[in-house]
Design a protein around this ligand. Structure first.
Ligand code: UDX
Length: 432
């Protein structure tokens, strides 16, 4: 496994769990040391237990040495990140190119090098040419196997995926991949075998669809706000139509994280390079709707505070981009918190898992050690990430610590009648 971030570390641990002998490589020595000591460097439910089990079994180890992995493995999975480039929509392929070009010259034995990173169409073919030109062994080939895991469900999604996609150029590569996932396939997971470009597109198309579904319901929320309708009921009614389905139809502050926002932007950038920008023009709107929800949440809070944030104490519940994660990449919650602070409020943030990351990225924001501590003396509470802890909060108890019982539910996570009955001024996105 080349790269031990979310994807690589999870995949390495799960492959060991499935019975394979695995080495995880990372250029970051500190990360390798922590993983080797049985410590997962990020929050992912279930992963620490499986990591320790895999280390104890002797089937998993970690290294910083490319020589060691080149000598060891029959199959290499490239799991490095493809973040958004600074100053453009395009994906930054530096880490992908570095992984392929560092490994290839060391491949003196037959091996399949499988890209898992999310990349623009055409990258797999380019990496294949690169590897074939650099590898000393004749038996080296490239394949692409996109990964669809969700943070918070990474173990479940890796051990029991909805589907496996194999982008291959030969029957031998397909056979190697089938052998690499034999327990998953035997358990009934469907396999779709494609060319390279289709395999690359499956991932960005899936994330574009999910982002579009979220922005669709958030656009409906905008309309609901104008006509005083309830988007949560609208979503419930739409979701009963099995052609539409209820998942990813939850209106609120919109999507963030390390995948959806950057993947739709990279997809647009690549389409433009290929002259197909018209096909993806709608993603610009998907992105715009998503950003407008953040601005609307800021406005809603200001309305409740009689038009003025300056001098007010604002409690922000949530920093992670979604619950059950400590990931704050493109987090809607922190975006709103920072915007509110810029408007003159004293902002105090609490998140059950993402405090460390939030402090590092937003040192200007004050942080509290608990949900109630953050709310103490607050003129308004903004619920921006729907952790269970916030959903289960007792409104009467919370009312005793705040200075004024006003709440913006940015995730449609609470029952308005319960909170209003408890004396709260409750407002939510897309709801009367
Ligand atoms: C996503 C894809 O789901 C996954 O398949 C891919 O491999 C990586 O990107 P992830 O980023 O972990 O996974 O988060 P996901 O659960 O998809 O949520 C993305 C964002 O959408 C979150 O900010 C979440 O709060 C938001 N969301 C999700 C909504 O606003 N409404 C919904 O109905 C669902």
């Amino acid at each position: 496994m080349l790269g031990t971030g979310y994807l690589g570390a999870t995949h390495a641990v799960c492959m060991a769990e499935l019975g394979y002998d695995v080495i995880g490589l990372d250029v970051d020595e500190a990360k390798v040391a922590r993983l080797s000591a049985g410590e997962v460097p990020f929050f992912e439910p279930g992963l620490p237990e499986l990591l320790r089990k895999a280390l104890d079994s002797g089937r998993l180890r970690f290294t910083t040495s490319y020589e060691e992995v080149a000598e060891f493995a029959d199959v290499h999975f490239v799991c490095v990140g493809t973040p958004q480039s600074k100053g453009s929509y395009a994906a930054d392929l530096t880490y992908v190119e570095a992984a392929f070009s560092t490994l290839a010259p060391l491949l003196t034995r037959p091996a399949l090098v499988v890209g898992k990173s999310t990349v623009p169409a055409g990258t797999a073919a380019r990496m294949s040419e690169l590897v074939l030109s650099l590898a000393p062994s004749d038996g080296v080939e490239v394949a692409w196997n996109p990964e669809f895991l969700r943070e918070g469900f990474a173990v479940e999604d890796t051990l029991h995926p909805d589907r496996l996609v194999f982008g291959v150029h030969s029957a031998a590569a397909e056979a190697t991949l089938r052998a690499s996932f034999a327990p998953v396939i035997d358990a009934g997971c469907p396999v779709v075998v494609t060319d390279f470009a289709t395999a690359e597109l499956v991932k960005v198309a899936a994330n574009s669809f999910l982002a579009t579904k979220i922005s669709f319901i958030n656009a409906m929320a905008e309309v609901c706000e104008v006509v005083h309708a309830d988007v949560t009921k609208l979503s419930e009614a739409l979701g009963h139509d099995t052609r539409i389905g209820k998942r990813f139809l939850h209106a609120g502050l919109g999507f963030g994280g390390g995948c959806l926002p950057k993947d739709i932007r990279a997809f647009m950038a690549r389409a433009e390079e290929l002259g197909a920008q018209d096909a993806l023009q709608f993603l610009e709107e998907v992105d715009a709707i998503n950003k407008r929800r953040r601005a609307r949440a800021v406005d809603l809070g200001r309305e409740l505070l009689d038009g003025e944030y300056a001098g007010k104490r604002v409690c922000v519940w949530g920093a992670a981009f979604k619950p059950n994660s400590d990931d704050i990449r493109d987090s809607p919650a922190l975006d709103v918190a920072a915007a509110v602070q810029k408007l003159g409020a004293a902002v105090i943030v609490y998140d059950p898992e993402a405090m460390g990351n939030a402090k590092r990225a937003y040192p200007q924001l004050a942080m509290a050690g608990s949900a109630l501590e953050a709310a103490r003396g607050a003129d308004i509470v903004l619920l921006l990430t729907e952790w269970a802890e916030f959903r289960e909060m007792d409104p009467a108890k919370l009312a005793t610590v705040v200075s004024s019982p006003r709440l913006v539910d940015g995730r449609n996570a609470l029952d308005p009648s319960v909170w209003r009955d408890a004396g709260w001024t409750y407002r939510a996105l897309g709801r009367p």
